[in-house]
Design a protein around this ligand. Sequence first.
Ligand SMILES: C[S@@+](CC[C@H](N)C(=O)[O-])C[C@H]1O[C@@H](n2cnc3c(N)ncnc32)[C@H](O)[C@@H]1O
Length: 402
Amino acid sequence: MSSSEPIASDSSPSNSSGLLLEHLGQVIEQAGGWISFEHFMHLALYEPGLGYYVAGARKFGAGGDFVTAPEISPLFGGCVAKQCAQWLEDVPAQILEFGAGSGALAAQVLNALQRMGRDDVRYSILEVSPDLRARQEQTLRTLVPQALDRVVWLEALPAEIHGIILANEVLDAMPVRLLHFDGAHVVERGVSMGANADLQWAHRPVDFSQIEQLRHMLSRVGWGEPNQWPAPYTFELPDMMSAWVNTVASHLRQGVMLLIDYGFPAAELYHPQRQGGTLMCHARHRAHPDPLILVGQQDITTHVNFTAVAELGLAAGLDLLGYATQANFLLNTGLIEQLSTMAEQAGAVQSLPYMRQAQAVQTLVTETEMGELFKVIALGRGMPDIAMGFLQGDRRHHLGLD
Ligand SMILES: C[S@@+](CC[C@H](N)C(=O)[O-])C[C@H]1O[C@@H](n2cnc3c(N)ncnc32)[C@H](O)[C@@H]1O
């Protein structure tokens, strides 16, 4: 968080945040006074017409709540396109992007591919938010009108996928369950309504022996049974992300999934000092840990467990083609060369557009900004094992797989 000033919430009953709060109250009451955090997060982000991603707030970019890599620089999409171009030598000319946000990445990839002579690539988008879908269409109409007839928006996952799957910062936006260990008991954290119609944390007992995926992950990193854990400790259970990776991977007949997000391998994620977990909220460029305020007006996210993503892909029969930091992936796919080309086109390194892009490149690759925290993973079926994005600095061995 860049400032300690409180962020004002507007949840009067007439606006969408007030309506969402009312709706949450009804759902919680119907459920007997408690809903899991996963259910709460799903409603807060995706409830039709009311949730954060579907209720028309600005969200991305300088005037929104957070900035993602494609909003920072078109060079990001240029690098993704470079990797896609290599893979397109081996797969049908199709890209499927999940959760395309403002449409910036789609526009950048289509533009860059066209500059590389690939104006044959069909681009599908699967987006859960109708509001964002409209925004994506507008972005593409403005930035790549010549490619619009090759873009379609899908209503559901195709039964068979041949080609390249892209998802930038989508896994972190998937609802999670929360488990909390207080030193004696493991409970599931959820949400109830207080006497003043305010949202409150509330927990339920949980049978930890039934929570198989977390047990498996923790045994992988040597945490053993709860009496050996640090306390207090909060874990996120990304059941929805797991189901998504499993389903999408099993629909991929030939091609690659390229997933980009912030996160860690399991051994770094379950660190004794990460006691509060990784849940984070973003509103107007401030990050804070309280999801029960500003409902419907803020993003709620968690860091991705890349060991789990890799394991799920492998279990669905995919090959792990690479795992690297965002910095390494972008440098391997020609970020600096693209910046130099821009300098030549701008006429001078002192030109304002060049200087802006040079600054953006810093943000994308420096360790203290996005370069190290953000990771890129590629899982494929029927693909060669050499991908340019992972030639230097491939960290597959960091994932702790057998
Ligand atoms: C943090 S935003 C990232 C947007 C964009 N990819 C970018 O990099 O700017 C998360 C996006 O994922 C979408 N999303 C979340 N869950 C999804 C799912 N299961 N399928 C498709 N899109 C999803 C959201 O609606 C939103 O567009």
